[in-house]
Design a protein around this ligand. Structure first.
Ligand SMILES: Nc1ncnc2c1ncn2[C@@H]1O[C@H](COP(=O)(O)OP(=O)(O)O)[C@@H](O)[C@H]1O
Ligand SMILES: O=c1ccn([C@@H]2O[C@H](COP(=O)(O)OP(=O)(O)O)[C@@H](O)[C@H]2O)c(=O)[nH]1
Length: 230
């Protein structure tokens, strides 16, 4: 029997914030195309809805875990929108844990998920899902072109790295490893641990180029940064 390889796509919550429906429509086209040769799992972030609810909760002095739960609900709302937009090829219900994800994955359909549990970001969910599905590659589609030697939103002279090791990425992100609701950056510590223990290749790319994803995966197109296990 022949099994299609699996691939995981982590979509930034910011994807929903501007031109959301157009972005999702492009994602739908690319996932439909990819799903003839890959099994696809999608993990969606919480975006501005998450930040808005976390901020209201923070003003109300809610605990960090409650704030994370609000972020999780926002990410699930986004995940539902993608799942509904994908129609028949996707499982119509968003999982709420890794075990639930695994059960839904056994349907053979594309599974779209948001957050799982407090204390981590959807990047950690994406890493766990990549591990559980034996995916060799995790695509992180975000609002910058790739991994830079320092935060490109802060430093104008930041240089993008086409290829780097996971240890180099850890070093770069060392000072921005917040574990507070709504502020986990790029890849949180939990995501990094999972990626490293299972030697998952990560490609960080700008979601502006989401429609080139098939080319990127099939022909190794020159987009984004590749984080290699070492
Ligand atoms: N070294 C770095 N390379 C790339 N992006 C970085 C780096 N350090 C911090 N960032 C920040 O990470 C952000 C993307 O992560 P995040 O805000 O968590 O987005 P999302 O999870 O929605 O994709 C970028 O907007 C960028 O400002
Ligand atoms: O498993 C998870 C996933 C997400 N979150 C919370 O939900 C927010 C939104 O997720 P994320 O930051 O990953 O979304 P994005 O940055 O892509 O908008 C996070 O900041 C966390 O507060 C969480 O607690 N557990």
């Amino acid at each position: 029997m022949h099994f299609n390889p699996s691939i995981v796509i982590k979509i930034s919550g910011k994807f929903f914030d501007e031109d959301g429906s157009r972005n999702i429509s492009s994602l739908r086209d690319v996932v439909k195309n990819l799903s003839s040769s890959f099994r696809v799992a999608i993990v969606s972030g919480g975006g501005s809805n998450a930040r808005k609810y976390i901020s209201m909760g923070r003003d109300l002095n809610l605990s960090e875990s409650y704030l994370d739960l609000l972020g999780i609900w926002a990410s699930r709302l986004n995940a539902n929108l993608i799942a509904f937009a994908l129609g028949d090829i996707a499982y119509p219900v968003v999982p709420d844990s890794l075990e639930d994800f695994i059960e839904k994955w056994s349907s053979g359909k594309v599974v779209v998920t948001g957050g799982f549990q407090p204390g981590q970001s959807t990047a950690a969910v994406a890493a766990l899902v990549a591990e559980a599905t034996n995916s060799s590659t995790l695509i992180v589609a975000t609002n910058v072109d790739g991994v830079y030697d320092k935060d490109p939103k802060v430093y104008k002279d930041a240089v993008m790295l086409k290829e780097l090791t996971i240890n180099k990425l850890k070093e770069i992100l060392e000072n921005s490893q917040s574990v507070k609701a709504g502020t986990y950056e790029l890849l949180d510590p939990m995501a990094m641990k999972i990626i490293q223990r299972s030697r998952i290749k990560v490609i960080v790319m700008n979601y502006r180029y989401i429609s080139s994803l098939s080319d990127l995966i099939k022909d190794n197109k020159n987009i984004g940064s590749t984080v290699i296990p070492e």
